[in-house]
Design a protein around this ligand. Structure first.
Ligand SMILES: *Cc1c(COP(=O)(O)O)cnc(C)c1O
Length: 231
């Protein structure tokens, strides 16, 4: 698909967005699930404000960004002009960015360690802004840096919920690229059920259909909607 002129660009983002929504609906139907069980998070990291505006005009309201600085630069004014937009943080959060993250984002999907949990709890109460969170799970264990290992997950959720008063909506993962993601998606479902969590943020451009089959409630899709990233 060519992105040469602004109007081509508009058409192709709209077309891809509609295509993905149709594919999502088909996967939901095939899995015998209800339509409203799965939401599309459009991942706008490294995409220009112009492209984001195009997708906003298509009616998309849920977006994901992975860097606090970049999100702040692009979304501070977009959120004013589009007050119904909901912004998810889907990238690693450093404790020195927590204050900015709490004021900008609506959901944090990458809660993954006690130090961050304490800092976030403190900041949410200071700003009186209690954001729903997802706990990021490190399914690749030694291969990946981010996320809490499954062995420590239940205790961490207990800390977040019971000691720190978080509203934990579910679990989030990025499976190691080398593996069949379905194995990891099934593990995620087991971990969520065991912890009484209904939310599962999993599935990206390449594997969102199998994620939906395995119970995803949020799919995070970037390139399949926007085309290649501008970096
Ligand atoms: C970039 C990113 C995505 C989207 O990836 P695509 O392959 O472009 O769909 C999803 N989740 C996270 C955490 C990401 O960083």
């Amino acid at each position: 698909m060519s992105n040469k002129t602004p109007s081509d660009n508009t058409v192709s983002i709209k077309t891809r967005h509609e295509f993905i929504k149709t594919k999502i609906a088909e996967a939901i139907y095939a899995a015998n699930r209800a339509d409203n069980e799965v939401k599309l998070v459009a991942v706008s990291k490294n995409q220009s404000e112009e492209k984001i505006n195009t997708l906003l005009r298509c009616g998309q309201q849920l977006f994901g960004e992975n860097r606090v600085q970049e999100a702040k630069r692009k979304w501070t004014s977009l959120k004013v002009t589009h007050p119904n937009t909901r912004l998810h943080l889907i990238g690693p959060l450093q404790t020195n960015k927590v204050s900015q993250a709490v004021s900008l984002f609506d959901v944090i999907e990458t809660l993954d360690r006690p130090k961050l949990a304490y800092r976030l709890a403190e900041e949410m109460s200071k700003q009186n802004r209690k954001l729903p969170c997802y706990v990021q799970v490190n399914l690749g264990e030694e291969k990946q840096k981010f996320g809490i290992p499954p062995a420590n997950l239940d205790a961490f959720i207990d800390l977040c919920r019971n000691d720190l008063g978080f509203e934990i909506e579910g679990l989030m993962c990025i499976p190691p690229a080398s593996d069949d993601p379905r194995i990891h998606f099934s593990t995620m479902r087991t971990l969520a059920l065991r912890n009484n969590l209904s939310g599962l943020s999993m599935g990206m451009s390449a594997d969102y259909e199998s994620a939906i089959t395995c119970g995803a409630t949020l799919v995070r899709i970037g390139t399949a909607i926007f085309g290649k990233r501008d970096n």
